[in-house]
Design a protein around this ligand. Structure first.
Ligand code: PMP
Length: 423
């Protein structure tokens, strides 16, 4: 049974591999917005943003299966798939962001972005947010403070608070983030460090899921540019239509990044990631520093990626994220009116954070209640997670094919769990 499997897992994988839930979920199959456990019970997946098109989407399964039976090899031979895919991908970006480089994971994409930014600017300084997660490589872990004790932030790294829309007014936030970034730049300079880049997850996922007021990133981007650094948008979580309003999270802010890093839903589960950037940036790096990635952008990855982009377009998934996201947000706000422990409901499209507090007047975080809610939902066969600096923000990030009916199921289950879990 489950216990024996958990014991085998612990023995062979060791203690760093965590499982969700006090009672871990043993999954055997996925289809659409549902995951199925070993007993065949369905779970509504309101958490997985990798399977953005739904689990095991037939168009992606077919594309991968077909291509893997024909040819799969690295990128030093001429092959049409990667060119086709890069053209389709860059066509979804605003003008200027017209070149792509492919990796296998979001971490590698950010690792490559740092290397490029440092090479191009001649600087080493990096500015990121206080609880950002940008990836697992040694270079990227140095500016991923959410990894906690396992990493030491690099001496060249400065962090700034993410915009907390629950505790600051939109007017304050419009001004604060840019000011904080300017202060971080000044501090780097005081230590003789030239800034290479500012990197933000444009929906501040691990910082607590803050979409922020439209346009608030602009002053910060201007500041890093004035200081000779680059702006990198980490779209690993918000990208590929999740925010509903646009294909890419940064588009909400009327800014244009120098590099955009991508991952997670890019292959709907097939491991693929990459960078989209301005040709001027890579023009300096390319001829002097070669780039090779054994698996990144291989023919099977390109086929998977193309099927994902086609499906987002054909099935109108960005629009669905907007419509169902609004509907879900309204449902959650109605629930908040009835449950004072729900202090705030925020986000964009199908990326929603629900902040759980012990007292709405003081806005004091309630991590214990949050854990009870996440576990209670699992008992009702709905999967979400928790996030944020104090682990008290429900993280709701379902596949983009989520329907209004699915949203009703989630809100209904949350209402029942809140009623049972609140003291
Ligand atoms: N950036 C962000 C914002 C992420 O959320 C993640 C993964 N959680 C990464 C980068 C790293 O991606 P990967 O796990 O594919 O290396």
């Amino acid at each position: 049974g489950e216990r024996a499997l958990i014991a085998r897992r612990e023995k062979v994988l060791g203690p760093a591999y965590r499982l969700f839930y006090e009672k871990p979920l043993h999954l055997v199959r996925g289809e659409g917005v549902f995951l199925y456990d070993a007993a065949g019970e369905p779970y509504l997946d309101a958490y997985n943003n990798v399977a953005s098109l739904g689990h095991c989407h037939p168009r992606v399964v077919e594309a991968i299966t077909k291509q893997t039976a024909i040819l799969n090899t690295h990128t030093r031979y001429l092959h049409e798939g990667i060119v086709d895919y890069a053209e389709s991908l860059t066509a979804t970006f605003p003008e200027g962001l017209s070149q792509a480089m492919f990796t296998c994971t979001g971490s590698e994409a950010n690792d490559l972005a740092v290397r490029i930014a440092r090479f191009v600017t001649g600087g080493t300084g990096i500015i990121a947010t206080e609880l950002a997660y940008h990836g697992l490589t040694s270079a990227v872990a140095e500016f991923s403070p959410s990894l906690g004790e396992s990493v030491t932030l690099g001496p060249h790294v400065r962090t700034v608070p993410a915009p907390d829309s629950y505790r600051h007014s939109p007017e304050e936030m419009m001004e604060k983030f840019g000011r904080d970034v300017r202060a971080a730049i000044a501090d780097l300079r005081r230590h003789g460090i030239k800034p290479a880049m500012l990197i933000v997850d444009t929906i501040f996922s691990s910082d607590g899921i803050f979409a922020g007021p439209r346009g608030f990133l602009k002053p910060a981007v201007d500041a890093i540019h004035e200081a000779g650094g680059l702006f990198v948008a980490d779209e690993v979580q918000p990208g590929f239509g999740r925010t509903g309003e646009a294909m890419w999270g940064f588009e909400r802010h009327g800014i244009s990044p120098d590099m955009v890093t991508l991952g997670k839903p890019m292959g709907n589960g097939y491991p693929m990631a990459g960078i989209v950037l301005r040709p001027e940036v890579i023009a300096e790096f390319g001829p002097k520093a070669r780039y090779f990635n054994t698996f990144g952008g291989n023919p099977v990855a390109a086929a998977a990626g193309k099927a994902v982009l086609d499906t987002i377009r054909i099935d109108g998934l960005q629009q669905n994220a907007l419509d169902v996201g609004r509907y879900l947000m309204d449902g959650l706000k109605d629930l908040a009116d009835r449950h004072p422990a729900i202090g705030d409901v925020r986000g964009a499209g199908l990326f929603i954070g629900v902040e759980i507090v012990s007292d709405p007047a003081t806005r004091s975080p309630d991590a214990a209640l949050t854990t009870r809610i996440v576990n209670g939902l699992r008992e009702r066969r709905v999967l979400i997670s928790a996030s944020g600096p104090r682990a008290n923000v429900l993280k709701i990030r379902p596949p983009l094919v989520f329907s209004r009916e699915n949203a009703d199921m989630l809100v209904d289950a949350l209402g029942k769990v809140m009623a049972a879990a609140s003291p």
